[in-house]
Design a protein around this ligand. Structure first.
Ligand SMILES: NC(=O)c1ccc[n+]([C@@H]2O[C@H](COP(=O)([O-])OP(=O)(O)OC[C@H]3O[C@@H](n4cnc5c(N)ncnc54)[C@H](OP(=O)(O)O)[C@@H]3O)[C@@H](O)[C@H]2O)c1
Length: 344
């Protein structure tokens, strides 16, 4: 049996967003203009459009130094963020999550510039209509939406870009997820990291399935980093339905239908960004880890995400795969010194 996400039909998946559109927002009033980001440095992956772009504008308006980690639109998207936010402390750096080498170069550029982060938002993702092979022989869907985030987070932790702090205000790492992960199947290790042909319905179901994989990793990482005490806030959030470019690779007719639904019931990115900003800046989340928000509503993730043996197996298989495909894996895996060595 193949791994499956909650939805195999994109129209049904989009219509599930209708319920979210009308649902209550328990903690919405907890985010105020007093939640400022002055002096903070924030990285957002995939900040050229949709949620990531809106987050860049919002953080810049709140006074943050914003680093947009992107594979395209450099520097145009950054210029647009500057214009919309009125801030000058916005920059773009190249990062293509389908190419492992660029993850190393991106983290190295932060290290060279002496940058440490207060907030890191892992936002970039794709929704592809079918398989596409990356340079290292994986499926791009798997690599961008899941595996690249393992390399990125472990490199950032190992090199002190994301510091594990014993005292003071903790840094916050946020995984952008989707509530559609609820109900996806257990992780399937027959297909894990393997490239194979599949059709549209598997492609659609991949989206929610890889979010379950991502949440399982976030949970395992949080457990390993924060063994006896919280040193880094590691949390996940679903922004709810966002009117974005996520279906840009869907076939023409389907894209038209989905964009129609998006126009009517999906929320503008600037609005969808607010609970993410809340989780990143609010004192409510100081010292909190392995929490999950569905928009402004605290919630449990799918129960499978918390199963210790699921997290352990995912960690081990991810490390094994990265040892095979990343020629520079020895800068963050199997290290005998540095923060990551403590995670094994
Ligand atoms: N839209 C929704 O209803 C919804 C609901 C729940 C969760 N989410 C999540 O929200 C996040 C943002 O998605 P969105 O809806 O705002 O979609 P979007 O507008 O398509 O934005 C996705 C971003 O990811 C970037 N990206 C894609 N592949 C990349 C790669 N290989 N390397 C680096 N960046 C890459 C894109 O860059 P390019 O411009 O270069 O393609 C773009 O900036 C995703 O994690 C998504 O799963 C969305």
């Amino acid at each position: 049996m193949m791994a499956e996400g909650r939805f195999t039909n994109p129209v049904v998946a989009s219509l599930a967003g209708v319920r979210d559109f009308f649902s209550g927002q328990k903690l919405e009033s907890r985010l105020t203009d007093d939640d400022r980001a002055d002096g903070k440095t924030v990285v957002i992956t995939g900040a050229t459009s949709g949620l990531g772009f809106a987050l860049a504008v919002d953080f810049a308006k709140r006074g943050a130094r914003v680093i947009m980690a992107c594979r395209s639109q450099i520097p145009e998207a950054g210029e647009r963020v500057k214009k919309l936010s009125g801030s000058d402390t916005v920059e773009m750096r190249y990062l293509d999550l389908s190419k492992i080498k660029t993850i190393h170069a991106f983290v190295q550029s932060l290290v060279s510039d002496g940058i440490t982060l207060d907030v890191c938002i892992l936002n970039a993702a794709v929704a592809l209509p079918g398989p596409r092979k990356t340079e290292t022989g994986q499926d791009e869907f798997f690599q961008v939406n899941y595996l690249s985030n393992v390399t990125l987070t472990l490199l950032m932790i190992q090199h002190g870009v994301l510091e594990l702090k014993e005292a003071g205000r903790l840094s916050r790492l946020i995984f952008i997820s989707s509530d559609s992960h609820q109900g996806a199947t257990y992780i399937d290790y027959d297909e894990f990291g393997r490239y194979f042909e599949y059709g549209v319905s598997k492609a659609i179901s991949n989206y929610s399935y890889f979010k379950l994989v991502l949440n399982t990793y976030a949970t395992e990482l949080s457990k390993r980093v924060n063994k006896n005490k919280v040193l880094l806030g590691i949390n996940a959030i679903c922004p709810g339905p966002v009117h974005s470019n996520i279906v840009k690779e869907a076939p023409w007719l389907l894209r038209k239908v989905l964009n129609g639904i998006f126009w009517i019931v999906f929320r503008p990115p600037a609005k969808a960004a607010l609970p993410v900003v809340y989780m990143a800046l609010s004192p409510d989340y100081e010292g909190k880890t392995n929490e999950y928000l569905h928009m402004f509503n605290p919630k449990r993730m799918d129960p499978k995400v918390y199963e210790p043996e699921e997290g352990l197996k995912l960690w081990e298989r991810s490390v094994e795969l990265l040892r095979e495909i990343d020629p520079d894996h020895n800068t963050y895996l199997g290290v005998s010194q540095g923060p990551v060595s403590q995670l094994f």
